[in-house]
Design a protein around this ligand. Structure first.
Ligand code: SAM
Length: 445
């Protein structure tokens, strides 16, 4: 691997930089695979797995299995995520009381690694707004969050500057910033060709712009978590200094165990791949200085709430207690009842593409259930699950015809090891496979 000499030169003064070890580790193939399991969909890990030290749900795998052909991957039982990034968990746990109900913004969220992690860490009555500015990347974010199955999540598609419409709204803002990407060179050697000093400078400026754009939407006393997958000081420590010099922020130190191998630079935390099992990563936490309390705005455009008398149509499909059902044209969304104010405000102010759990479409007075309902915890335990073996589960996920013994006709959940994969409709002489076409496995086993 030919590392850009200008990058190596620029790292001479970066804390923890060991030139020989750094170059050596980049000559090794990137062989670390790690996953983070979904605490809402517990599985026994089939692999002899070592813990990622800074995350309760992160594990290293000895080998990289074929995730495509593992039904549990499609069930949202785990997320394949680079281990260093899981340090977000420490940033959140060490600076916030997570037993409290909070509002979290994941500003640069696609494809959803940090968002699925955040969703697992916050309380049931906390809200996660998962935002991605690039429209073409919103679908993958939505798909991953639907698979994860949480109900306290909204997906938005806004430019960071739009967030100023929600002043002092969020307790936590995560900026996993778009960056020059040198931390992932081992995994994406093609990115080396695109690296340039000029691009580092552009990224650094853009990162500053993003931070200043969202600063008003952070509550006084709230926490900003800033991270990059770049080694460049300009995007990391220099931006740390810029934040402290420009904004009303205090640095938040984190406790590290010595054997984690993470470098405390005094200006944030660095992950050097020659010192730990993970790729290049940088993270720093800031707290917004306290000021007078904030008055929350009124919701002027209230969403349409389904009338009590119409709820029986939902009863056989899902738990309705604790939820408010929002109707947008024929589509029904389930929102946690405690989050109606927050979610209405976000819906009013941001370009929202998904919220709560999309339950289904009302057609001629009946509900046609949505895939997201099948993946969520709000599904009624009364809905029948049909357990598939691995081969049949893969056929289901490939959207092929299914040949299985079933009992009565009707909508059923296709299930693998107890985890729902999606819907099928059992007719008298055939089974209709309702796994969403865009998600289907296109490869053959
Ligand atoms: N947090 C994600 C995760 O853990 O899966 C990865 C985020 S990636 C490092 C950075 C994201 O920022 C990309 O999804 C990219 O589309 C988005 N982005 C690009 N330009 C941006 C901008 N000007 N403002 C905000 N986000 C931007």
């Amino acid at each position: 691997m030919y590392l850009p000499p200008l990058l190596l030169e620029s790292l001479q003064h970066a804390k923890g930089y060991d030139p020989d070890a750094f170059v050596f580790v980049h000559e090794q193939p990137a062989s670390i695979t790690s996953v983070r399991i979904n605490p809402a969909k517990p599985i026994a890990l089939p692999f002899s797995s070592l813990k990622v030290p800074w995350s309760d749900t992160g594990f290293y795998l000895e080998q990289r299995p074929s995730f495509t052909f593992d039904p549990l991957f499609h069930a949202g039982a785990y997320y394949v995520q680079e281990a260093s990034s899981m340090f977000l968990e420490q940033a959140l746990k060490q600076t916030m009381d997570l037993s409290k109900d909070i509002r979290v913004l994941d500003l640069c969220a696609a494809p959803g690694g940090k968002s699925t992690h955040l969703q697992s860490l916050i309380s049931a009555k906390s809200l996660l707004v998962s935002n991605e500015v690039i429209r073409s990347r919103v679908n993958i974010l939505e798909d991953n969050l639907v698979k994860w199955g949480g109900d306290n999540v909204m997906v938005t598609n806004n430019d960071p500057r739009d967030l100023s419409r929600l002043p002092r709204f969020f307790d936590v803002i995560v900026i996993d910033a778009p960056c020059s990407g040198s931390g992932l060179f081992r995994r994406e050697p093609e990115a080396i060709r695109e690296w340039s000093e000029h691009n580092v400078a552009l990224c650094s400026q853009r990162q500053q712009r993003i931070v200043s754009d969202i600063w008003t939407s952070l509550k006084p006393g709230g926490v900003l978590i800033y991270s990059t997958c770049s080694y460049s000081v300009q995007e990391d420590e220099d931006n740390h200094d810029w934040i402290l010099n420009t904004l009303d922020a205090d640095p938040q130190p984190l406790k590290l165990a010595a054997d984690w191998g993470i470098t405390d630079t005094g200006k944030g935390y660095r992950f050097w791949p020659d010192k730990l099992k993970g790729e290049g990563f940088y993270l720093a936490v800031f707290r917004k200085k306290n000021e007078e309390s904030v008055k929350m705005p009124r919701v002027k455009r209230k969403p349409v709430v389904m009338a009590e008398k119409d709820l029986p149509v939902l009863n056989k499909w899902m738990k309705t207690a604790g939820y408010t059902f929002i109707q947008h044209e024929n589509t029904v969304y389930a929102w946690p009842a405690d989050l109606v104010y927050d979610m209405s405000l976000v819906l009013q102010e941001l370009r929202t593409t998904y919220s709560g759990v999309m339950a289904g479409e009302l057609i001629h007075g009946k509900l046609v259930p949505a895939h997201s309902l099948a993946m969520s915890k709000i599904i009624s335990p009364g809905v029948e699950k049909i357990e598939l073996d691995r081969e049949m589960a893969i056929r289901y996920l490939q959207r092929k015809d299914l040949v299985i013994e079933t009992g009565q006709t009707g909508w059923k959940l296709a299930s693998f090891e107890g985890h729902s994969l999606g819907w099928m409709n059992v007719l008298k002489n055939r089974i209709n496979n309702y796994y969403p076409g865009p998600l289907r496995i296109r490869k053959e086993l």
